[in-house]
Write a protein that binds this ligand. Structure first.
Ligand code: AKG
Ligand code: FE2
Length: 438
């Protein structure tokens, strides 16, 4: 991006908070300033006016939280920075209409053959702060396939906990440290992955009943991917153990406390986010436990799966700016509370969202994907991949704290043009939730 900061700039310093907003503010709905035509992604910087912006964020923006239709309305009117009107579809683009993505909400517990996506998992990585064992073979798909019994949240939870004892090296795996393999492309243009098994997910119908549904998963790059939506290329996979997630949260928290002189995440607050570039932790010496840069370890593993799934070269995939990936924190325990992010698109080719919090740490939340009319709620350690052009929002949490690591990735354009509109009952559809079993 034209106004991206240079890599020598430090996010944590007082004078630099403005720049730290850039990567986000270029991409996220900014309800106060109106975009200028033709400057969709480059224009919305808050760099020169961070003080004013922060004040506006507290005094003007926060009261708007929850009034999502304000922004959606802007989008519909073609006034918003994410207006489809400003982004005419390219010929040959895959069109994603509001009606194209999935079936109506389900009212019964009867299993549907409709394939949307999801389910069970194996542990993928070793704790970042401990020596990493050799990579172990992935569990065969069948061994992790869910039973036909509807699963409950508590079941999910206990299985998720059991991940912690399975220290299979993946993201921080030893192969990443072998220099002979460093430059190898693990994904030389692969064909699309084959359908490999049925899994289940649970969602809410419009009366908020939980409904379990059959769907398919695919194994790519040795990783089971739960397909949220085949057409748009939205999928989920398991990556980190709970210990690894907690370790990352703890590292981020200690870094924020020490680097902001105790004023904490609030000091990093922008119009839309409280976030922290992972590079700041890397600069502060936080590694994956084997001396490797945490962000590079994460990128390597996640891009390997993305490359295999999309059939592109993993080595071509790169973070959009040096500030990616970054930690993101929502909390109801700050004043004013910072609960979610309004409808926007990220503007990058592909986005990954890694859930660091345990699902019991917060209520609400999730990533609402507008064209799917669904909110994806990840379990701790899971990653959601979606094309950066899809309109989505971080649904408000109503209690607790929700941490994510998010990365805006460029290098392969999945060519998804999101033509969904803000019309319709999105507030209702936000409750139509895909929850993944761990
Ligand atoms: O909170 C979420 O689930 C989504 C966050 C998001 O969209 C973003 O950081 O760009
Ligand atoms: Fe986003």
């Amino acid at each position: 991006m034209g106004n991206s900061p240079s890599s020598s700039e430090s996010y944590g310093s007082d004078s630099d908070n403005a720049d730290s907003d850039n990567a986000r503010s270029e991409m996220i709905t900014e309800p106060v300033q109106k975009p200028r035509q033709g400057e969709i992604l480059e224009s919305q910087h808050f760099a020169d006016s961070w003080q004013a912006s922060a004040a506006a964020a507290r005094n003007e923006l926060e009261p708007m939280r929850g009034e999502n239709n304000n922004n959606v309305q802007n989008v519909e009117n073609g006034q918003g920075m994410f207006s489809p009107a400003l982004k005419p579809p390219k010929s040959g683009d895959l069109k994603v209409g509001v009606n194209s993505a999935f079936s109506p909400v389900r009212r019964t517990r009867k299993r549907s053959k409709k394939a949307l996506a999801v389910s069970s998992s194996t542990s993928l990585v070793s704790p970042p702060l401990q020596p990493t064992p050799k990579p172990a073979p992935q569990a065969p798909l069948d061994s992790s396939a869910p039973s036909n019994q509807p699963k409950t949240k508590s079941k999910t939870k206990s299985k998720s906990k059991s991940k912690s004892s399975t220290l299979v090296s993946r993201i921080f795996g030893s192969e990443a440290g072998q220099s002979s393999k460093e430059n190898e492309d693990p994904n030389p243009s692969l064909p699309p992955p084959s359908v490999s098994g049925k899994v289940s997910y649970v969602c809410h119908d419009d009366e908020e009943n939980l409904v379990t549904t059959d769907c398919v998963a695919k194994v790519v790059d040795g990783t089971k991917c739960y397909i949220v939506d085949e057409k748009t290329g939205c999928f989920v996979f398991d990556l980190l153990t709970p210990e690894e997630c907690r370790s990352l949260i703890q590292s981020a928290e200690s870094h924020v406390q020490s680097s902001t002189g105790g004023s904490g995440w609030r000091k990093l607050y922008t119009y839309t986010k409280m976030d922290l570039p992972m590079q700041d932790l890397a600069n502060a010496g936080v590694t994956d436990g084997e001396g490797r840069n945490i962000k590079e370890s994460l990128m390597r593993r996640i891009c390997s799966v993305i490359g295999s799934y999309y059939g592109c070269s993993a080595s071509a995939l790169r973070p959009r700016t040096w500030k990616e990936p970054h930690f993101l924190k929502y909390s109801t325990d700050v004043a004013p509370p910072h609960c979610g992010v309004e409808m926007h698109y990220d503007g990058c080719n592909i986005t990954w969202n890694l859930m660091l919090s345990d699902e019991t740490d917060y209520d609400g939340g999730g990533t609402y994907i507008r064209c799917l009319r669904k909110t994806v709620k990840l379990l701790q350690g899971q990653v959601l991949i979606h094309p950066g052009e899809l309109f989505h929002k971080g649904v408000d949490i109503t209690r607790g704290t929700r941490y994510l690591a998010v990365c805006f990735v460029d290098g392969h354009d999945p060519e998804i043009q999101d033509l969904s509109s803000g019309k319709g009952n999105h507030e209702l559809w936000e409750k139509n939730t895909v929850t993944y079993f761990g």
